[in-house]
Design a protein around this ligand. Structure first.
Ligand SMILES: *Cc1c(COP(=O)(O)O)cnc(C)c1O
Length: 450
């Protein structure tokens, strides 16, 4: 077991000078900074495999893949080697007017492994930027093809697409959105297919079809003004890992085709094997008009995102005028180091037959989790590919924070979304680590629920 200091109970104390330095000059994301008067920051010194180690060498099993990005562990030798090799060649060059082998090779391979005729790759550095690119390209396409009234977007209730202003407009997560509402574009959010909201006894598939009918009713009325539907395929991550039946995606594709509305698949969180298939859309046999990828693309190593689009969209921009030009840029677009990291990730998928290996790991975790799924405080225990989630019945308003703290004492990095606990482990997690994860989670539940 790679926990080098199991006798030490918790992370470094609130008053450590190291931590004070962070609090004095770093504004941490998604955090009320005052909370760190009570809850200590965890100072990470190094990582190896599925483990992170703090300054005192306490190990933490990274059971949420460091915010859903890490697929193949920390300090992965193959990804490290690829980046080191690229460092000796060229680290970065602007992509306007220039090109390089890593960006070409990555684009060719993404084209080859994604569904349908997604023929060109447009790069950025983070997920929210990928959302912005897809929204702008869709709108611009309709401007170029004689449908200038198509200026609106629709997304699902409870969807999350990032937090820049355009991405936040199509997001439907109140805690992120409320404060900034006056800055945002209006956007319709249609009924979610998440089966947690189904009627008692209603099968997930029936509920998904009912949600698709609601989408159709919306587009029947509003299609003339609607450029695109943007959705999180199969799993709505930020609103507590809501899962839904693939039939919804199939129907959404048909409905979008019928009403001439683009389908944007935001696979930023679920792409690269999280749902069991390489891309979630494959489970419904559909090709979106835009596919947004980020997070697992570089296994979390370096910031990189990409939007793939169809040949039809690409061709509509191909012309002689400025009006036909997609004048959108991010400074680090196509960064060579990040592209090499992504190529190393794709190599690992191929060399290790990762999707097949993950099926065995998922079975292993599901078997190990019997006591968890039948725990009296646990409901809606669910699994899709390499994601698990369940709700915990609790009146404790501090549940999420207390669970996180109790997790650290069990050497686990878990960060519930409200009262939803989820696992999104790196794919390299071992059987022993799965045991540790499940048993530790049971102990945390006993601590936090009493
Ligand atoms: C994380 C995420 C984003 C935003 O990505 P950032 O890199 O954080 O900007 C967008 N959509 C989904 C589904 C995500 O999970």
């Amino acid at each position: 077991m790679p926990v080098t200091n199991p006798s030490s109970e918790s992370a470094i104390s609130v008053t450590s000078p190291f931590q004070q330095r962070s609090l004095r000059s770093v504004w941490h994301p998604c955090t009320q900074m005052k909370s760190h008067e009570t809850f200590p920051l965890v100072p990470i010194a190094r990582g190896r495999g599925a483990w992170l180690y703090d300054a005192d060498d306490n190990g933490y099993l990274d059971a949420i893949g460091s915010w859903w990005v890490n697929l193949f562990g920390h300090a992965n030798p193959r990804i490290n080697a690829a980046i080191n090799d690229q460092l000796e060649k060229v680290e970065h060059v602007m992509l306007a007017g220039f090109t390089h082998e890593p960006v070409i090779a990555l684009s060719e391979r993404l084209k080859a492994i994604t569904p349908g005729d997604l023929g060109h790759c447009f790069y950025a550095s983070d997920g929210a930027s990928a959302t912005e690119i897809a929204l702008k390209m869709s709108f611009h396409y309709w401007q170029l093809t004689g449908k200038p009234d198509k200026t609106q977007f629709v997304s699902l209730q409870n969807d999350y697409h990032g937090e820049t202003l355009g991405a936040l407009s199509v997001t439907d997560v109140a805690i992120f959105k409320q404060t900034y509402a006056p800055l945002l574009r209006p956007c319709s959010h249609v009924m979610t297919p998440d089966w947690r909201f189904a009627d008692e006894g209603e099968p997930a598939e029936d509920y998904a079809l009912r949600a698709a009918d609601a989408l159709e009713a919306h587009l029947a009325q509003h299609h003339a003004k609607t450029a695109a539907l943007i959705i999180e395929p199969l799993i709505q991550g930020a609103m507590g890992m809501g899962m839904y039946h693939p039939v919804y995606l199939k129907r959404a594709r048909e409905i979008c085709d019928k009403y001439q509305v683009h389908l944007i698949a935001d696979e930023i969180a679920v792409g690269f094997g999280r749902t069991g298939s390489m891309f979630a859309c494959e489970q419904a046999g559909i090709t979106p008009d835009f596919l947004c990828l980020a997070k697992g693309l570089s296994s979390g190593y370096l910031p990189i995102s990409v939007v793939l689009t169809t040949d039809a969209v690409y061709q509509s921009f191909y012309g002689d005028t400025l009006a036909h030009t997609f004048l959108h840029s991010h400074t680090h677009t196509g960064n060579a180091l990040a592209c090499r990291a992504a190529l190393a990730v794709l190599d690992i998928f191929e060399q290790d037959d990762v999707l097949a290996a993950n099926k065995a790991k998922a079975d292993c975790l599901n078997n190990a989790a019997a006591a968890l799924s039948s725990h009296p405080k646990v409901s809606n225990f669910r699994n899709c590919g390499m994601i698990w989630a369940f709700e915990v019945e609790t009146e404790n308003l501090q549940f999420s924070q207390q669970f996180f703290q109790a997790g650290l004492k069990q050497h686990l990095l878990l960060r519930p979304l409200g009262n939803t606990v989820y696992f999104m482990p790196p794919y390299i997690i071992t059987r022993d680590e799965i045991e540790l994860l499940v048993n530790g989670t049971l102990q945390i539940l006993d601590t936090v629920c009493n």
